[in-house]
Design a protein around this ligand. Structure first.
Ligand SMILES: C[S@@+](CC[C@H](N)C(=O)[O-])C[C@H]1O[C@@H](n2cnc3c(N)ncnc32)[C@H](O)[C@@H]1O
Length: 221
């Protein structure tokens, strides 16, 4: 199976072997699932040239700008240590399996949000398999829709409060080998240095709380 790499408005196949070649010599690989416009992996890649970033999103067009910027010469803003892929991250992506030292989910929406807070283990298992054994994960969830009772119920979402996180979400992830080591509820102000576009929007519309979970993805558990 190959991957679909996006560069500007164009896309091409990226084989597992070509991906492995790109990763050679990097200290760490970070995969951002549901990266949106890709500005977070692009910015982090600029700051950390010894780390390779992979941004993945299902919305091909959203990746056009950051992927075009990254493909330029370094003197013109280009960045050789980041690539962007178009994929449904809830499905298996064999060439990505076992490659990440860190998996991130930043402010998911749509099917990705349902997968992360819901009870179907299959998409979580598929996403988990991207991590190397003992890799790190970081998950930011904006709670705006969860705090609006009518909207939450209309969308068929669970009530994501402290109780749900402690008694349902953490144990469900734990069963899959995704061990949560830290959970906190953070305010919009706490996100002011977060480099993603959605974090920026949340800071501007202050008062919107988010959940932050971090931990370790184990192989056998
Ligand atoms: C609210 S945006 C957040 C984007 C980015 N992480 C940020 O912080 O700026 C949520 C993103 O999740 C993506 N998404 C939702 N379901 C997905 C899926 N099943 N596979 C891949 N991406 C998905 C959407 O296309 C969208 O770009």
């Amino acid at each position: 199976m190959s991957l679909e790499q996006i560069i500007g408005k164009k896309s091409h196949e990226l084989t597992a072997e070509a991906l492995q070649d790109k990763l050679q010599g990097f200290r760490r690989v970070v995969v951002d699932l549901g990266c949106g416009d890709g500005m977070l992996p692009y910015r982090l890649a600029k700051e950390n040239p010894d780390v390779f970033y992979i941004g993945v999103d299902a919305a091909r067009e959203s990746l056009a700008v950051a992927s075009a910027k990254a493909a330029k010469k370094p003197s013109r803003g280009g960045c050789p240590n980041v690539i962007f892929l178009c994929a449904n991250v809830l499905e298996r992506m064999p060439p990505l399996e076992g490659i990440a030292d860190e998996v991130q989910w930043n402010f998911p929406w749509g099917s990705l949000m349902y997968a992360l807070v819901g009870s179907d283990p299959i998409p979580m298992h598929n996403m988990k398999s991207i991590g190397k054994p003992e890799s790190d994960f970081k998950f930011y969830l904006n709670l705006y829709v969860f705090e609006n009772e009518t909207q939450r119920q209309d969308m068929g979402l669970p009530e994501v409060d402290e109780d749900y996180v402690k008694k349902t979400l953490i144990p469900a992830w734990n069963d899959l080998g995704i061990e949560t080591t830290e959970t906190k509820f953070v305010s919009a102000d706490d996100l002011k240095d977060h480099p993603s576009t959605w974090a920026g929007r949340l800071v501007r519309r202050s008062g919107r709380n988010s959940l932050l979970m971090t931990g370790v993805i184990h192989d056998e558990w």
